[in-house]
Design a protein around this ligand. Structure first.
Ligand code: PEP
Ligand code: MG
Length: 578
């Protein structure tokens, strides 16, 4: 059986399916004899203790594989488990109503959940999710049912899930997950971006595949084409084993380019840099030959924890990345871009009808200047250790840019008067991800040091199509002429003002888009670390002149599919002539 979804991370995986799904457990209500009430309560306490041990283990494992920040997610779970109000209410129900522990856990949990549901508060809703997880864990222990945990998965499975949140994805052990398949999500949803950075082949937006598959069924994931095959024939398995082998060989060949320059065959130098979410990703970027960091998504430092990271903690993280790249290679740190599909439960952000059009990123930072100033101070302090550039996300107007710069100036003044060193000439740029800024690029170019085009959002706002909604994923079209014209306008305006233009949206790592972008004059391509070497191989084959001809030709077309086909054909012809 063959299913088609959205390609989220390339590569091939073969192996048994592992269904990650909340188990539906049937709980029956039974009376407990008065004499057995003490032992029933003891049974509950033991199940609670087991759950706490399980959580500690998961937390420890996450700390080792992903780092301390990711591990903090489980501290929140443990806090809920240890809440005496919760466990006390369960014990009381067992004793007063003479009922079994499983039933009491379910009933009391539902009572708490009902109270949570009536509160219009994101933080409380997140705690509701924790409580649901924890009560399942306790009930499983009471009933002797094995737990399913993402961090405890055995060797080499293909993970199937309805959805994976960024924090689910952070828990994955890349040694054990051969592939990922999810019902929902798009190519630029944050869990897809994380799958790419972990180099796990992934297909998302499969609608209802999780309902159709059973754990243990043999599957093939074709992350490059966005296909999944369930119980394939022997012949098909062989075809994909070969594809996987060739893919690995090609990856080995790419490895030889780690220290080679990113120069076109007619001698034009471009910058191939990486997008990262944390200091560990920076190491992967270095080993993949990235010439710097074009986008450090700092919001991951704020996620999966209970409170805002301190200035010191942030300073250490930014300094660690910068030191990894030395003085010459740039590290572009983006200020906090929270909101949209990235929530911060502890910030008590308002519930919104359209979070992608709401209170996010720079909008929040200009409002919560306490949070913003702390981060700017940390970035400035780290700038003394390397070549850090600052970038503001989601800028929509010149006033916002000026407002942000004002706070930056104040932070500089503070550090100066405290005698804290920082780079006074640190470059400051903006993401171009709102069409209004692309249209006004000439005006913005006078007030920034660089642009970085964020196509993930630029496309969703240009096409009015939510980037996480698979039903409108067909509109997520990097090759739409409207998008290409906006990109061209930004590059031309920046070059006219003598400024450089980068792109850090996923389009920058798309090998079919790359010839067009190179032809339009893009200076820097920032992408998932795993895309850097394939991109370098392509750049080294391609004369800039040829890329310019390709860009000129596609600007005359208007069908995105035709544009894509045309570039692929041209590249094939180019390879054929070599
Ligand atoms: C973008 O919007 O293209 C981008 C790089 O930012 P993010 O994906 O983090 O929104
Ligand atoms: Mg964005």
């Amino acid at each position: 059986m063959e299913y088609t979804g959205i390609s989220a991370a390339s590569g091939y995986a073969l192996g048994p399916a592992f269904l990650f799904q909340k188990q539906i457990i049937q709980i029956t209500k039974s009376e407990v004899h008065k004499e057995r009430l003490d032992s029933e309560i003891k049974r509950f306490e033991e199940a609670l203790g087991q759950a706490a041990e399980e959580l500690e283990k998961i937390k420890e494992k996450t700390k080792q594989t992903m780092g301390p920040e990711e591990a903090e997610i489980f501290s929140a779970h443990i806090l809920v488990l240890e809440d005496p109000e919760y466990s006390g209410a369960i014990k009381e129900m067992i004793r007063l109503e003479e009922l079994n522990a499983e039933w009491a856990v379910q009933e009391i949990t539902n009572r708490f959940l009902n109270i949570f549901a009536s509160m219009d508060n994101e933080y409380i809703r997140e705690r509701a999710a924790d409580l649901r997880d924890i009560s399942n864990m306790v009930i499983r222990n009471l009933m002797g049912i094995n737990s399913l945990s993402l961090s405890e998965i055995s060797e080499n499975v293909v993970l199937f899930a309805h959805d994976l949140t960024p924090s689910d994805t952070a828990q994955l052990d890349r040694e054990k997950i051969a592939g990922i398949v999810t019902n929902i999500g798009g190519r630029t949803s944050h869990s897809a971006i994380m799958a790419r950075s972990m180099e796990i082949p992934a297909v998302v937006g499969m609608q209802d595949i999780v309902e159709k598959i059973n754990s243990g069924e043999f599957v093939i994931v074709d992350g490059s084409e966005g296909k999944v095959f369930v119980n394939p024939s022997e012949e098909w398995i062989q075809i994909y084993r070969d594809k996987k082998k060739n893919y690995e060989v090609r990856r080995q060949e790419f490895k030889m380019l780690v220290h080679e320059p990113s120069m076109t065959s007619d001698g034009v130098q471009v910058e191939l840099v990486a997008n990262i979410g944390n200091p560990q990703d920076a190491l992967v970027a270095v080993t993949n030959g990235a010439e710097g960091i074009g986008l450090y998504r700092t919001e991951f430092l704020y996620m999966g924890r209970q409170e805002l990271p301190s200035e010191e903690e942030q300073f250490e993280a930014y300094k660690a990345v910068t030191e990894m790249f030395g003085k010459e290679h740039p590290v572009v740190i983006r200020s906090l871009d929270i909101g949209g599909d990235k929530a911060l439960p502890y910030l008590d952000m308002p519930k919104e009808m359209n979070p992608f059009l709401g209170y996010r990123a720079i909008r929040l930072c200009l409002d919560r200047t306490d949070i913003f100033r702390t981060q700017l101070r940390a970035i400035l302090r780290a700038s003394a250790y390397g070549n850090i550039k600052l970038m503001y996300p989601m800028i929509a107007s010149l006033e916002e840019l000026r407002g942000a710069n004002k706070i930056l100036e104040a932070a500089k003044q503070e550090l100066f008067s405290q005698g804290s060193p920082f780079n006074k000439d640190m470059e400051v740029g903006i993401m171009v991800e709102i069409p209004a800024v692309a249209v006004m690029a000439d005006r913005f170019a006078d007030e920034v040091d660089f642009f970085s085009i964020g196509t993930n959002d630029l496309i969703q706002y240009t096409m009015a199509a939510d980037r996480t909604n698979e039903t409108v994923a067909y509109l997520s079209q990097p090759f739409n002429l409207a998008v290409l014209r906006l990109i061209k306008g930004v590059i031309d305006a920046a070059h006219k003002a003598g400024k450089r233009v980068a792109m850090c949206g996923e389009m920058a790592g798309d090998l079919t888009a790359l010839p067009i972008l190179l032809g339009l004059g893009l200076n820097e391509f920032s992408m998932s670390a795993s895309s850097v070497l394939p991109a370098r191989a392509l750049v080294r084959q391609l004369p800039k002149e040829k890329a310019q001809a390709i860009a000129k030709a596609v600007l005359e077309m208007d069908n995105p599919k035709e544009i894509e086909r045309f570039v692929k054909q041209e590249m094939q012809l180019l390879r054929g002539t070599r």
